[in-house]
Ligand binder design. Sequence first.
Ligand SMILES: Cc1cc2nc3c(=O)[nH]c(=O)nc-3n(C[C@H](O)[C@H](O)[C@H](O)COP(=O)(O)OP(=O)(O)OC[C@H]3O[C@@H](n4cnc5c(N)ncnc54)[C@H](O)[C@@H]3O)c2cc1C
Length: 307
Amino acid sequence: MDETSTFDIMIIGTGPAGLTAALYGQRLGLSCVVFGDIPGGNLYMVENLANFPGFPGGIAGTEWGVKTFQQAQAEGALFTMGRLDLLEQDGNGFAGTDANGLVYSASAVIVATGRVPKTLSLPHSDMKGINFCSVCDGPLFRDKNATLAVVGSDNAAAQHALGLSRIAERVLLICRSRDLIMDAAHRKRIAAEENIDVMLETEVTGYEGLDMVEALQTKSPDGDSKSFPVDGVFLAIGWSPNTQMIKMPVETIDGGYLKTDEKLMTSTPGMFAAGDVRDTDLYQVLTGCADGARCALNASEFIKRSS
Ligand SMILES: Cc1cc2nc3c(=O)[nH]c(=O)nc-3n(C[C@H](O)[C@H](O)[C@H](O)COP(=O)(O)OP(=O)(O)OC[C@H]3O[C@@H](n4cnc5c(N)ncnc54)[C@H](O)[C@@H]3O)c2cc1C
């Protein structure tokens, strides 16, 4: 590869949005270079992708990720398998620098970098036993009669709690809100699991333990403080979009998500955004894929217009 390699589109992220953008971009006749180190992105956390059309009974998130990665690769997309450190404007196009200092340039860019889970701002948040992925770290607690806490109240929290209920003796689903903010199907399944205890209006105020978390300190609205012994904690309390690599001004909405127009273009001409990193109203695989496909088409039209 030359010191600077030139492509039509630079795609950042190998989750559903980035992989689909690569698949569609290549099939539109554009050369695509894709940055990212996990085929399928956040799907590695999804044990069973049950709501993606075409898979009755569901498909493992990792399997879907690998298959879609292979599909985009077969169409000719170049996967660097590394992350992009810097994205800058370069004349009428963009320049990207990867972790090895290699520079890539492209006429358009699709940011599909997703988002990462937030942590609680509490002392000792780096203690062992505080996790974000039940599919990855839940099995560590198998056959240990464990009590595990899931902190959060949305669909992701529900999936963590349901998955962990098959591994742990007891799961505490701890929510600060008055009610669970998850869809009806998840709510019903949570209610049916005898070993999931839902604790509403409960705030986690501290971690106890030395190296490893041993208990959670909590507070209820009446000011009542309690400590619950736990063997592990899984946090599902919100997200932060991955936009640190963008080194140019770009408009965002509350929470730092990239603001896009009806063509999914950001405030920087030629920079498009797809999936969980943008101001979407549904953070799902299907919508990430749809965004990726639309970004590829809109980027192709942008390139035609500007050449
Ligand atoms: C526990 C859990 C369960 C879920 N269950 C479902 C479900 O059942 N159905 C469903 O439809 N959705 C589900 N989701 C949501 C779904 O996983 C996301 O909506 C989807 O993965 C978003 O796709 P994306 O491509 O936008 O981002 P992501 O999947 O987050 O992929 C983005 C990728 O970009 C990478 N990246 C970030 N910065 C850089 C950089 N600088 N350079 C290169 N790469 C970078 C990230 O590391 C990541 O791998 C679930 C999510 C979780 C956490």
